[in-house]
Design a protein around this ligand. Structure first.
Ligand code: B12
Ligand code: SF4
Ligand code: SF4
Length: 381
């Protein structure tokens, strides 16, 4: 952008103030140069088979998402943004059991929608501040840009050994977003902070998904298994999923940096706006397609679809081994979705009471789907 009268140092201060006014407490500037190291890491991990479960996470996508100029050929800067999603969880009435666990990022409204609205209003005001010829492009999560690498380069935080970006003050409980622009804003330096000798998160991972510092095996991560995976959860991993029904926070919950993080989430991310932290499981098992859509519209839960959520609920019930779940699980054996029936069978096998076995025998007589028949046979075996 050619405008000799513009003082870009002063403009940067105003841009940052504007970002904060639009609800992004974390804001930093990075150059829009390519991310060759990130590209190499991603390509190596794809080649090593750590991402086989994500068919869209390809080498071609990695090459594209590691060069911001593929999106905006004259891009000069990335305005890297972060917003807290740490909300307080109301203490649940544990007398109403059984309950599952939901990752904090998914308690309230879908962040893609909330962040997109904030990005849009931020950009609208930014146009008013800037010289003519301004070009802007926004990203969060689904856009083909490497969110964490951009945040790290802009000094928002550092890579933790659990691979999340950790920040001073808000911990890793932050969503990341970017505005790519042709404005030549002076970049901020990356932080010099790192995890030091701490390794607490690595052995804490229930599935052993953190295979080296900073390296997560996607296909073993509970977040992948409960959100992104469309088919059955591998049998050997089901017991390790525990009571997580959507995402997982173990490697963040144990992190000492997060202990000091402020609960600064805007109301949109509070549990009242969505499924919350510890939903009761049995009512979820009874949801029709229509009820699922009505209840979870505008929340991250939609991503799993009804059949994915109910699959996860069955796994959690099997792990909780609560016999009060048997009647609902027996009804789930008649669900129209084979995915739900198969996991209900697994859960009943884990609970193993006479009532559970009776339900399995009843379904075995009429079940047509070969994979569900296999699950029933294993559950009875
Ligand atoms: C694919 C994906 C996933 C996959 C794979 C996760 C992964 N670690 O790669 C799955 C489904 C498992 C997942 C899970 C989660 N995700 Co996700 N995910 C993404 C996505 C779309 C791409 C990530 C990516 O490029 N991975 C490729 C790998 C190679 O990148 P990386 O893990 O960051 O690896 C870097 C480090 O290893 C570092 N590095 C290299 N060498 C070394 C050495 C050391 C010692 C260290 C410390 C680091 C280091 O460099 C690598 C390259 O930059 C981004 C959005 C986006 N567009 O970027 C969101 C994103 C990363 N996810 C996010 C969130 C919130 C989550 C969950 C917390 C959700 C949950 N609670 O269930 C979990 C966290 C799990 C975890 N421990 O990572 C946030 C992270 C915010 C943050 N503060 O970091 C993002 C940025 C979305 C957003 N816009 O806010 N996710
Ligand atoms: S999110 Fe859960 S399963 Fe995934 S790496 Fe962290 S602790 Fe492991
Ligand atoms: S638990 Fe320790 S090693 Fe893991 S991300 Fe937090 S500070 Fe880093």
């Amino acid at each position: 952008m050619k405008d000799v009268t513009t003082d870009f140092e002063a403009l940067k201060v105003r841009v940052k103030r504007l970002a904060r006014d639009h609800g992004f407490p974390l804001v930093g500037i990075a150059s829009a140069e390519p991310f060759p190291d990130t590209q190499q890491s991603i390509l190596e991990r794809i080649a090593a088979g750590l991402f086989t479960g994500l068919p869209w996470f390809t080498a071609a996508r990695a090459r594209f998402s590691c060069d911001p100029r593929n999106h905006l050929p004259d891009a000069q800067s990335i305005i890297a943004l972060g917003i807290s999603y740490k909300a307080h969880a109301p203490v649940p009435d544990e007398s109403k059991l059984p309950r599952g666990r939901v990752a904090r990022y998914a308690w309230g409204r879908d962040y893609h929608e909330e962040v997109a609205e904030r990005l849009e209003s931020f950009c609208a005001d930014l146009r008013g501040l800037c010289p003519p010829g301004l070009r802007l492009k926004t990203f969060t999560d689904t856009g083909r840009l490497v969110d964490r690498a951009a945040a790290q380069r802009a000094g928002l935080g550092w890579f933790g050994k659990n691979s999340n970006i950790l920040t001073h003050g808000l911990g890793s409980w932050v969503f990341l977003a970017e505005v790519l622009t042709n404005l030549p804003l002076p970049p901020d330096p990356p932080l010099r902070t790192h995890c030091g000798a701490c390794q607490v998160c690595m052995p804490a991972c229930p599935t052993g998904a953190i295979i080296a510092p900073g390296v997560v095996h996607n296909d073993r991560c509970i977040s992948y298994l409960t959100i992104e995976l469309r088919g059955p959860i591998p049998r050997e991993l089901r017991p390790l999923v525990g009571d997580w029904i959507f995402g997982c926070d173990v490697c963040q919950d144990v992190c000492p940096v997060n202990r000091k993080a402020a609960a600064a989430a805007p109301p949109a991310f509070w549990p009242e706006q969505g499924i919350g932290a510890r939903p009761e499981l049995l009512p979820l098992l009874e949801l029709s397609d229509e009820e699922f859509r009505r209840r979870f519209r505008h929340t991250p839960i939609m991503r799993a679809k009804r059949r994915g959520l109910l699959r996860n609920v069955c796994v959690a019930l099997g792990n909780l081994r609560d016999p009060t779940a048997v009647p609902a699980l027996c009804r789930a054996l008649d669900d129209p979705e084979p995915l739900v029936r198969g996991h209900a069978a697994w859960a009943l096998g884990r609970i193993g009471t006479e009532e559970a076995r009776d339900g399995l025998y009843r379904r075995q007589v009429i079940e047509q789907d070969p994979w569900v028949r296999e699950e029933i046979a294993l559950a009875l075996g």
